[in-house]
Design a protein around this ligand. Structure first.
Ligand SMILES: [Zn+2]
Length: 325
C-alpha cells in the first residue's frame, strides 16, 4: 500500500506540538531528512532517534541530519550490570498524525512507549524484571511518568515480566489478549515450541532452565478489547495469533505496528523461531500488512519495513507454510 499521499507533518507542525505538550523530552533525537527516511520507512512513519549510540537506519544517508542530545540516565538510577547499558539511546518514531513511539529496553526484550496524537499514553509490553530499573530510568528520562494502560501483546514472561510492578508504579490497568489473560493472572506462561531447528534447540535449553516461564502475577488483568476505538482513535488492536494462540498487535495511526513476537527480526529473517502455531504466522503477517502500516516494530530485533515483510510473506507461502520463511 502506498503511503505517498500521506504528507509527513514533521518538523513544522511537530515543533508546535512539542512546545504545547508537557513531558516531551528535549533529549529526544530528531531527524531532519528528505526522502531517505520515507524510502526506508515507507513515508508514513519517521524514525527520529538512535539506539545504542548507533544511528537509526533512516538516519544513515548523507541527506539526513540527526540532532540528538545525551540520553544518559541519572547515575542514581543505575544498578548492576544494567547500568552498563543505561547510556543507550532510544529509537523513536513520529507518525504523520502526531503520535510518538519510543522504543525502550535493554537486552532481553524491548517495550514501546506510545504517546498518541489524542494525548493518551500506552506502554506496550513490559520486558523482564532484571531490566526493570534500566527501563524505568529510560522512561523517566523520556518524560513518560504515567500511562493510561499497559498493553501486552502476549503472556510470555519477557513481555509480561514487569506488568504488575508497572501497573502499581504508573497507576494504570493491564490488558492482555483474552485467551492468555489467565496466564498473566497466574504469573505463569507456557513457552512455545521451536518453530525452526535452532529455535527448538534454544527452547529445549530455556525450558530446562524455566526461562521466562514465571513472573509476578497480575490478578486484575483485563481482557484486551478488539473493538474499534477501545483505546481511542489512534491505537487499534489486531489479533495476530501464530507465535502464541492469542497474540495481538497494536497499530498506531495505521502507520506503525507494535507486533510483539509476531515478527522477530534477525538478519534477513523475520520469522519467529518459537511459535505455538507456526502455520498461522503467515496469516498474522497478512493481517499486519492489511492494516496499511509501513513500519513493524518487534520486541526482538530492529524495525521491519513493509517491503521486507511482503517478501517474507511471499517466501513463507512459497515454502508451503512450513515455517521456514
Ligand atoms: Zn513471545
Amino acid at each position: 500500500m502506498s503511503t505517498g499521499s500521506r504528507s509527513p507533518t514533521w518538523p513544522a507542525r511537530d515543533s508546535a506540538r512539542r512546545q504545547r505538550r508537557p513531558g516531551r523530552s528535549p533529549e529526544d533525537a530528531d531527524v531532519r531528512g528528505r526522502s531517505s527516511a520515507r524510502r526506508r520507512f515507507g513515508g508514513a512513519c519517521k524514525a527520529v532517534g538512535t539506539l545504542c549510540g548507533r544511528r537509526a537506519p533512516a538516519a544513515r544517508t548523507a541527506t539526513t541530519r540527526v540532532r540528538t542530545a545525551s540520553t544518559r540516565a541519572p547515575s542514581a538510577a543505575r544498578c548492576g550490570a544494567a547500568a552498563i547499558l543505561h547510556g543507550m539511546k532510544n529509537l523513536a518514531w513520529q507518525t504523520s498524525q502526531g503520535s510518538r513511539i519510543v522504543r525502550v529496553g535493554v537486552v532481553r526484550s524491548a517495550c514501546y512507549a506510545v504517546e498518541a496524537g489524542d494525548g493518551r499514553r500506552f506502554l506496550v509490553d513490559t520486558a523482564v524484571p532484571g531490566e526493570r530499573a534500566a527501563i524505568e530510568a529510560q522512561l523517566e528520562r523520556l518524560g513518560f511518568n504515567a500511562f493510561d494502560a499497559i498493553l501486552l501483546t502476549h503472556a510470555h514472561g519477557d513481555h509480561a515480566g514487569n506488568a504488575a510492578a508497572w501497573s502499581r508504579r504508573f497507576g494504570c490497568p493491564v490488558y492482555a489478549p483474552d485467551g492468555e489473560a489467565d496466564q498473566v493472572r497466574a504469573g505463569r506462561c507456557i513457552m512455545p515450541a521451536g518453530a525452526t531447528p535452532l529455535g527448538a534447540a534454544v527452547m529445549a535449553v530455556q525450558r530446562r532452565l524455566h526461562v521466562c516461564e514465571t513472573f509476578e502475577p497480575v490478578p486484575d488483568v483485563l481482557p484486551l478489547p478488539l473493538d474499534e476505538g477501545a483505546f481511542g482513535p489512534c491505537l487499534k488492536v489486531v489479533a495476530t495469533p501464530g507465535h502464541t494462540e492469542c497474540s495481538a498487535s497494536f497499530v498506531v495511526d495505521g502507520e506503525a505496528a507494535l507486533v510483539g513476537d509476531a515478527l522477530i527480526h534477525r538478519g534477513r529473517s523475520v520469522f519467529p523461531p518459537f511459535a505455538d502455531r507456526p502455520e498461522r504466522v503467515g496469516d498474522a503477517w497478512r493481517t499486519l500488512l492489511g492494516t496499511g502500516a509501513e513500519t513493524f516494530l518487534c520486541a526482538h530485533g530492529g524495525p521491519v519495513g513493509r517491503a521486507l515483510l511482503e517478501r517474507s510473506l511471499e517466501a513463507f507461502e512459497r515454502s508451503g507454510r512450513s515455517g521456514r520463511a
